[in-house]
Design a binder for this molecule. Structure first.
Ligand SMILES: [Zn+2]
Length: 274
């Protein structure tokens, strides 16, 4: 929506000038949104930092070969690429179950929430309540900054805000990531990976089998419980396919995408032409 000038009539039809009507409300919303986005960025970094807390050392070492199907263990963990490390840490914080049944993010919540600003607390609360598990989503549509994704298993549709666009991913291919709410939209919680079309042929079958086994072991399990307990299978699948196809282990969304500063500049330039 194009915003009216200060002295133009407001878009709401009140007959008042914009500056006397919706301008302050819109400005506050924009500020809130900027604050949320900044808080979400902070929280991503802070959660990753917390994953390295020494109290998780043992869990970390156990989780690593589970997630990577032994490709990485504590002995060669430093060989993870930056993107692989980001995905692993993200999964560990949000989805890994510790021996007492809690997740590392629960420890973060109990320990660190009081240290956060009020908007950072709001983001954390929302992520605790609404973040998806790391999961597989089929790309069904897109525009410059939005991806339309379908949950690979349930078909539920999500619009995801992604300023970098779809990268190398084609419609029908599968993106592996976690969706987190940020103000009024969804974003990826960390670097996404993707599965090319040729590598998803038997994925539905694998997940259906996993779901059945999980349901027998945990009759009360919700879909979210199932996803958290089994989403490492998506990485195992990607690794197996990589071996078959002779490509590097887990493909990045687009290794050549411009960095954030470039994206911002391009976005500002584009806006001037709208
Ligand atoms: Zn108005």
């Amino acid at each position: 929506m194009d915003k009216p000038g200060r002295n133009d009539l407001c878009y709401c039809g009140s007959g008042k000038k914009y500056k006397k009507c919706h301008m302050p409300i819109d400005q506050q919303k924009e500020k809130d949104k900027r604050d949320w986005i900044a808080a979400a960025q902070f929280l991503r970094r802070d959660l990753l930092k917390f994953a390295r807390d020494e109290r998780f050392a043992e869990a970390f070492a156990q989780a690593l070969p589970l997630y990577w199907n032994e490709l990485y263990t504590i002995d060669n963990a430093e060989e993870m690429s930056q993107d692989e490390a980001l995905r692993y840490f993200d999964w560990f914080m949000f989805d890994y179950t510790l021996p007492d049944g809690s997740r590392p993010i629960d420890t973060y919540y109990a320990d660190q929430r009081e240290e956060l600003s009020s908007v950072q607390q709001d983001v954390l609360d929302k992520w605790m309540a609404e973040a998806s598990a790391a999961w597989a989503y089929t790309l069904t549509d897109y525009d410059a900054e939005k991806l339309v994704l379908n949950d690979f298993m349930t078909g539920e549709t999500f619009d995801v805000h992604e300023p970098g666009g779809r990268g190398a991913v084609e419609i029908g291919e599968v993106i592996l990531s976690r969706l987190v709410p940020v103000y009024d939209h969804l974003e990826f919680s960390t670097t996404a990976a993707y599965l090319p079309a040729a590598e998803i042929t038997n994925l539905a079958e694998k997940l259906a089998k996993a779901k059945q086994a999980d349901g027998e072991a945990h009759p009360e399990a919700t879909q979210l419980d199932f996803m958290r307990r089994n989403n490492h299978l998506l990485i195992h699948h990607a690794l197996e396919e990589a071996k078959v196809q002779g490509r590097p282990p887990v493909a990045a969304l687009d290794p050549n995408r411009p960095d954030k500063a470039v994206q911002k500049v391009v976005h500002q330039v584009k806006k001037r032409f709208q």
